[in-house]
Ligand binder design. Sequence first.
Ligand code: SF4
Length: 411
Amino acid sequence: MVWNVPEGNIRFPRFMYPHDQTSNWHRGQGLWADTPAKQWNDWKWQLKNRLTSIDQLEKFIDLTPEEKAGCRFANQKLALAITPYFFNLIDADDPDCPVRRQMIPRGEELTTAPDELLDPLGEDGSMAVEGLVHRYPDRVLFLVTDRCAAYCRYCTRSRLVSNAQDYNFHPEFESGLKYIEEHPEIRDVLLSGGDPLLLSDRKIDYLLGRLRAIPHVEFIRIGSRIPVFLPQRITPELCEIFRKHGPIWMSIHVNHPKECTLELKDACEQMSYAGVPLGNQSVLLRGVNDETDTMRSLLHRLLMMRVRPYYLYQCDLITGSAHLRTTVEKGLDIIRGLRGHTTGYALPQLVVDAPGGGGKIPLNPEFVQKITDTEIILRNYQGKIYRYPLVPGGGTKSGETGFENEEILVY
Ligand code: SF4
C-alpha cells in the first residue's frame, strides 16, 4: 500500500478506495456490443430481450449444478428475469460474483429454513383493500403492480411478485385511491410493488396526479429498482412527470458497488435535476455486501451519484433465503467499522423489519456505555470513553475520562 503523510502527521493511504473513481465504473453494451445503440437505449427493448430461461443463460455462462437446479425450479417460486444491461455486470467466470448471487436462482432456494415465511412481514393481514397495506396510522404502502424489470432472489414479496406462485394479485388503482381519499389521517403514500416504474408514463402520471390532488397527502415516495436494472427507463418524459407532481421522493435499491454504473449515475442525475430527492435501501446479503470495505465502497459511490444511503436491511425471513442471509452481528460489525471512519452522510441505518409486522427496528452498535443520575458515559468510534453531563450546568467535566478500559462501565 502507498502511504503519504499530510500535514499534522495524520497517516492514511493515498488511494484508499481506488475502485471508487468513476473511471473504473462500468458503462457500455458489453455482450450486446453489436446491438444498435437506439435499441440498447430503449427500455422496452431491454425488457423484451431479458434473459428468462436456463438456455438463454447458458449461452453466456457455465452454470453450476446448484444454479441449474435453481433455474429449473424458478418459475414455480419467483420468475427468472435479468435485463441485458444488468446481465453485463455478472462475472461469467466467477460463481461467487455478487451480482450473480442476487440474480441467478440456486437450488438452496428449495429449502425452507425454520422461521422462514412466505409473507415474513405479515403484509397480507394489514391490507385495507387489495394492494394497499395500512399498518401505521399516517402512511400506506400502495402495491401498484406485481411485475419487476428483473427479479431478486431474496425478494420479500416473492409470494406475489412475478405471480409464479399463483398468488393472483390484482392491484386495483381505483379502490386504493378511494381508500386514501376517504382516510384523512393518511399523509404519506409509498408506491411500490413489484416496481411502479414499470407502469407506462400515462399510468404513472395518472396515479401521481390523483395522489397529488388529495389535500391530506403531503408526502409521496416511490420504491424502485428500475434505475438499477433498467436505467434506460429514466427518460426525459418520465422526469417531466416527476417534476410536474413533485416533490416525489425515490428510494432506489443498490446492494453492491458493481451496480453503480455510469448509466445509473446518469439516471440519478436526471431524476435529481427533476427535483427528486434520492435515497438508497440495501439488503445485507451473504457473499454480496457483508464486508465493511465492500459496503464502504458502495456508500461512497452512492454519494457520488447524489443518492443518500438510507436503510441497510437485515434480510427478511423469506422462504428459501437462508443461503443469502448473514448474521445481525455482521451488520453491527459493518456499521461499527464505518461510523467515524467515513462521511456521516454515507451511513445508512441498519434495521430489522420485525417478523410478523412489527415495523423497522433500528440496530446500533453500543455507543452509550452507562447513564447515571448526572452524566452519560459514551464510547467513541476509536473505543475511547467520554462523559457528558445530563443536567445543564451540572458541573460534570466532559472529555476523555482516562479510564477507557474499565469494564465496569460497560453494561
Ligand atoms: S425489484 Fe424489489 S420487488 Fe422486484 S424482485 Fe427485486 S426486491 Fe422484489
